[in-house]
Design a protein around this ligand. Structure first.
Ligand code: MN
Ligand code: MN
Length: 474
């Protein structure tokens, strides 16, 4: 055989190899405008949804604006939402086919790593009042010291009152902070220790106040002043802090990052990036063949445990309720069959190839920032332990759906095999026998107080989710 000419070589390459393509390079002028417009809505979502409870409220409000009704209401129609224990929410759109024929499901989690409070949080030390914290999810503790923090959540009283706390977000609000030691004195107690040991959970106390009550005798007068404020302002006592869920999160809004504003920097993008794209896709689906479900759950960051997590029966309940709305009988068998006939995306972020730490990634199988939504066939760690590994047939179907819709996408895993790994809610939904695969945008500085996403990837993820919902069954 004769040697290939340069042109023949080019043609062969184009025909057979898989090129990597940046979203921006392919985008038209109109699409480039869309990418930036979408990012503005995305940042608003992040600012409003700083905790799982706030995410539920934000998603509910967005859904109501688009005509979705509470499934408990008598209202007829085809678009519903279901709120569960204020920390999980599902969106459902009835399709032209009955729900028993299977759903198109997008599931994402709406909790994020943070600092929670202990049951007895409030104490005074050296005439300063503090809150004792208990970190939630996989954090690098040192990232939470010496930065402005906000407090969100609820305090529930024995009398049945729920007080909503929202401190530290408005520009003129006071903020809070975890103190860090000055470098002049930290050479031994921090500098000579391993990273994990240098920053101890029991030293992560949130500075809350510094003015004592005026009184003749001593005692914890700053703590008492805080309690007096809580009593006067909210009718709360110290015991009420036991029945509270207060979350300490980075204060302040999402920001554009970069001179060209290509990126978004914000807390909680794992996984509110995927949640946002999932909500956008479900809210904008029109007259779909399959019934569509958006599932937004809590507690993923601590292993999906508990009633509001992906391991609860919430999904079964929602599927049954949608079947009822479609005048179908939701029995054990029919709900099970509907879920087993479903196709799902486990919408979650992935770690992007970090330019400063390429050694933990395997470049051929790493996600690139700006190269579009990431498909992760399998998750897990080590020898695929704890993995959800999608079926080849299903991945092939999804590839076609995206290619037919012109979605720019990439396939990537988390990092080098021996380096670590992680899981998502995919394996918990796979229990029902549905087809499922992990999909979402890649982030830099993932799990940090300031995670970085690429605006083009958020846009691409929205496109990928919309294409998934609309694709023919095949
Ligand atoms: Mn996640
Ligand atoms: Mn995570």
């Amino acid at each position: 055989m004769a040697k290939l000419t340069k042109k023949q070589l080019e043609e062969l390459n184009e025909k057979l190899t898989l090129p990597k393509k940046a979203v921006w390079a392919k985008a038209t002028a109109k699409e480039r405008k869309e990418i930036f417009a979408l990012a503005e809505r995305y940042k608003d979502f992040l600012d409003n949804a700083k905790t799982e409870r706030l995410a539920v409220e934000t998603i509910r409000a967005m859904a109501e604006k688009k005509g979705f009704k509470d499934i408990k209401s008598k209202a007829a129609g085809s678009k519903f939402y279901v709120v569960f224990q204020n920390k999980a929410i599902a969106l459902g759109v009835l399709g032209r086919q009955k729900p028993s024929q299977g759903f198109r499901l997008i599931g994402a989690h709406i909790d994020a790593p943070r600092l929670d409070l202990k049951m007895h949080p409030l104490f005074e030390n050296l005439e300063l009042a503090f809150l004792k914290t208990h970190y939630y999810g996989g954090i690098k503790k040192y990232q939470w010291f010496a930065r402005p923090l906000a407090i969100h959540g609820v305090v529930c009283t024995a009398e049945g009152k729920t007080v909503v706390i929202d401190w530290g977000e408005k520009p003129d609000d006071p903020v809070f902070t975890v103190l860090d030691l000055l470098p002049h004195l930290s050479r031994k107690v921090q500098g000579e220790k391993k990273l994990n040991e240098a920053f101890e959970a029991e030293r992560m106390n949130v500075l809350l106040a510094g003015l004592p009550l005026e009184a003749e005798e001593g005692g914890d007068l700053v703590k008492l002043a805080v309690l007096q404020y809580l009593d006067k302002k909210h009718g709360l006592k110290e015991a009420d802090l036991i029945s509270a869920e207060l979350e300490i999160v980075p204060a302040g809004p999402a920001r554009d990052v970069g001179l060209d504003r290509a990126l978004v920097g914000a807390y909680g993008q794992d996984d509110r990036a995927s949640a946002f794209c999932g909500v956008e896709a479900i809210l904008n689906v029109s007259n779909p063949a399959k019934s569509c479900l958006g599932l937004f759950v809590d507690k993923e960051e601590i292993g999906s445990e508990g009633s509001t997590s992906a391991s609860s029966r919430f999904l079964e309940m929602v599927a049954a309720q949608l079947m009822e709305k479609a005048k179908e009988k939701p029995g054990y068998l029919s709900v099970g069959q509907a879920l087993a006939r479903s196709k799902a995306l486990s919408a979650d972020v992935n770690g992007a190839l970090d330019p400063d730490y390429p050694e933990v990634h395997e470049k051929n199988n790493a996600a690139f920032m700006g190269y579009g939504v990431t498909l992760t066939k399998y998750t897990g760690h080590g020898g695929k332990y704890g993995a959800s590994d999608a079926n080849a047939e299903y991945v092939a179907w999804l590839r076609k759906a995206w290619d037919d819709a012109g979605v720019t996408w990439q396939a990537a895993g988390m990092g080098r095999v021996d380096e670590g790994g992680g899981g998502t809610i995919a394996k918990l939904l796979a229990i029902y026998g549905m087809e499922i695969v992990d999909v979402g945008p890649a982030l830099l500085s993932m799990h940090s107080p300031f995670e970085i996403s690429h605006k083009a990837d958020i846009w691409s993820t929205c496109q990928a989710f919309a294409a998934f919902l609309a694709a023919p069954e095949g």
